[in-house]
Design a protein around this ligand. Structure first.
Ligand SMILES: Nc1nc2c(ncn2[C@@H]2O[C@H](COP(=O)(O)OP(=O)(O)OP(=O)(O)O)[C@@H](O)[C@H]2O)c(=O)[nH]1
Ligand SMILES: [Mg+2]
Length: 288
């Protein structure tokens, strides 16, 4: 659990060693709870990545918070993720209250240590420790892989014994269609600024597996809320959407292990973030 942009999804990817969650500089990147599975000989750990808890401004924001709070209800270990580079504030306090209320163990995770000085890390830990009672604490850099193993060890030690819940080769519980739409959305987020990334929703129109050509044809629609946003995403002479497509295709080929033909369209769906049924259609919040 953590504020938007704290580094939760980056940490989850680092833990399982592959990209299961999308990440970006834009707060509220993650829009649904997702599971990432780490399988070892002695343990299987199911990490639950959640949307950042924040003060919601629309129906989408409310859904994101609801989905995060539902996720924390039944975990064995709740991790409070704090960004080492940002002052601990009311947002963190609020998240910590929810972490403190869980029935399982609690771990304080200070991340982005690579971007903070030793002194900053020390002070940050001192403040963060007062937010709740923690069973353990750990400092990591998910981006540089610093102490990610240490984090996993802390979590494994706190887990109760139980069965393997997932097949040993399964990395995530997200359907492939959801991952494809999310990978496309990530590239849009990373190419746009201000209000635009928040107004973007991606829907998969069609997915065609062509075994003979060792190819997957992906037809996706990028939805925005205004004509002006559509113009920004398409860009002058279609430059922007072309670049988004090239970047997304690279990621999708790694994900699917095949050549990918990607057809991207941009459409306007006015004020979709206020529309609960549309939010669910995209699969955001608890819509999965
Ligand atoms: N320097 C540094 N940057 C990091 C680290 N971890 C994450 N980041 C960056 O922080 C930004 C946010 O990371 P995310 O993993 O998307 O954050 P999140 O907590 O999942 O955010 P939401 O999904 O919006 O709640 C991205 O630009 C990451 O590259 C880290 O260990 N070091
Ligand atoms: Mg995230």
């Amino acid at each position: 659990m953590g504020r938007p942009n704290a580094g939760k999804s980056t940490l989850v990817n680092a833990v399982v060693g592959s990209k299961v969650a999308i990440t970006s500089d834009t707060p509220q990147t993650t829009r649904h709870r997702l599971r990432a599975i780490l399988d070892r000989e002695d343990a299987q750990v199911v990490f639950v990545d959640t949307p950042g808890l924040h003060k919601p401004h629309d129906a989408l924001g409310e859904e994101l918070n609801r989905s995060a709070l539902l996720a924390i209800a039944d975990v064995d270990v709740a991790c409070l993720v704090i960004d080492a580079t940002k002052p601990v504030g009311r947002g963190d306090q609020w998240v910590a209250q929810h972490v403190a209320a869980t029935k399982g163990a609690r771990v304080l995770v200070l991340t982005k240590a690579d971007a903070a000085s030793a002194e900053q890390v020390r002070r940050q830990l001192e403040t963060a420790r007062t937010l709740a009672e923690f069973h353990d604490e750990v400092v990591v850099s998910a981006l540089e892989g610093f102490n990610v193993d240490g984090f996993v060890e802390v979590v494994v030690r706190l887990l109760p014994e139980g069965p393997r819940y997932f097949p040993r080769d399964m990395r995530t519980d997200q359907p492939i269609e959801v991952m494809i739409a999310e990978f496309v959305r990530e590239k849009v987020l990373r190419s746009t600024f201000d209000e635009v990334p928040h107004a973007v929703g991606v829907e998969l129109d069609d997915l065609q597996w062509d075994d003979k050509a060792d190819l997957v044809r992906v037809y996706a629609v990028v939805y925005v809320e205004r004509d002006s946003q559509k113009g920004i995403i398409i860009g002058a002479g279609g430059e922007m959407i072309k670049r988004i497509g090239v970047e997304a295709r690279g990621d999708l080929e790694r994900l699917l292990g095949r050549h990918v033909f990607l057809d991207l369209r941009v459409k306007v769906k006015k004020d979709w973030r206020r529309d609960a049924s549309q939010i669910r259609r995209f699969g955001y919040g608890e819509g999965l």
